[in-house]
Design a protein around this ligand. Structure first.
Ligand code: ADP
Ligand code: MG
Length: 322
């Protein structure tokens, strides 16, 4: 308590920021603006996400996990465009200045920042209920960003990792507030792995991509709509982790995988003749990538069972704040 705003920034953010060194950062934290010198022949992808305590994560979440997660969700957006992370800014609203909280928060934040060599270059610090906004920027070679609108009829639809793990993990965290939350599913929620390397590998292969934050079917729906196509998903092909099935049984696991949010996996489309390259990428990154359906003429997302019959989709809307 009692830490001044200046000391807070100095102790927890200037020092942490020094863990990342970038040639393209001319002036970091400390002046009215940061100055960067972007490399040529590239576009900058720019994204922002806000996390509010009690809305985006339970209030009792460990500060380390909050720090990690608030950067991870932004890096995930960059990954979905095929961008290589470069810098980020942090707007931090805190109810008070708690040294232990700040130390752990900045550790989680900078452990991930260091992993992807993304530099904290500025921010703002205010008092209020706990809210964290991060804006992140990354490089894409000119014209190579993966948009939601690029899918073509006949493209196959893929999903990375184990969708539903995060939503299942959040449910376990909420149901067992007193346990230590070290399980695989809980980690899926607390420490989402931004698929940054995958995003870069998919440039020139994927025709469209999105990161799954609102639920697989809901986010695939955004690709379908932006591309002016329909998405046909095969229920039997949805990958379900052993942990998710063990904790919830197949029907609930399937529902979590299709409609649960916060996965931060990448859903993408690619022409069928790219399937060998995609298998190769999956092997190289040691990341499961599963084909779950195909894009076709029409509109909307439809789900089919193993007998080829349409499965009604109940809650494919995803989380909406308003
Ligand atoms: P100003 O009043 O000119 O906006 P501030 O006093 O808010 O400056 O911030 C001083 C410096 O510290 C600026 O370079 C700003 O970008 C940086 N800064 C403030 N808060 C944070 C934060 N939470 N994380 C990183 N940098 C921050
Ligand atoms: Mg300011």
């Amino acid at each position: 308590m009692g830490l001044s705003e200046f000391d807070l920034i100095q102790n927890y953010f200037v020092e942490g920021a020094q863990r990342v060194n970038r040639q393209d950062l001319i002036l970091g934290i400390g002046d009215d603006c940061a100055i960067v010198l972007p490399k040529t022949q590239h576009e900058l992808a720019v994204t922002m996400d806000t996390l509010i305590a009690g809305v985006h994560f339970p209030k009792a979440t460990d500060p380390y996990d909050i720090g990690y997660r608030c950067l991870a969700v932004n890096l995930s957006d960059l990954a979905a465009m095929g961008a290589e992370p470069a810098w980020f800014t942090l707007a931090l609203t805190l109810p008070d200045t708690d040294d232990d909280w700040l130390r752990e928060f900045s550790q989680g934040l900078f452990d991930l920042a260091e992993q992807y060599n993304v530099a904290l270059i500025g921010g703002d610090t205010t008092r209020g209920s706990l809210t964290i906004s991060i804006q992140a920027q990354g490089y894409v070679p000119q014209g190579e960003a993966m948009r939601r609108s690029g899918a073509r009829s006949g493209d196959l639809i893929y999903i990375t990792g184990w969708p539903g793990n995060s939503a299942g993990g959040l449910q376990l965290i909420q149901e067992n507030a007193d346990t230590d939350n070290q399980g695989e599913l809980q980690f899926g929620f607390l420490r989402p792995q931004p698929r940054v390397l995958l995003g870069e590998c998919l440039r020139g292969i994927a025709t469209a991509a999105i990161d799954v934050s609102d639920g697989l079917l809901a986010d695939l729906g955004h690709i379908a709509q932006a591309s002016g196509l329909a998405a046909r998903v095969e229920q039997l092909d949805i990958p379900l982790s052993k942990a998710l099935v063990a904790a919830f049984g197949v029907p609930v696991a399937l529902d979590l995988a299709l409609t649960g949010g916060d996965d931060y996996e990448i859903c993408f489309c690619a022409p069928a003749d790219k399937s060998t390259s995609i298998r190769e990428i999956a092997r190289r990154l040691e990341l499961p990538i599963t084909c779950i359906g195909r894009m076709q003429d029409g509109a909307g997302v439809s789900l089919y069972d193993d007998r080829g019959e349409l499965v009604p989709i109940l809650k494919a809307k995803g989380y909406q704040h308003f």
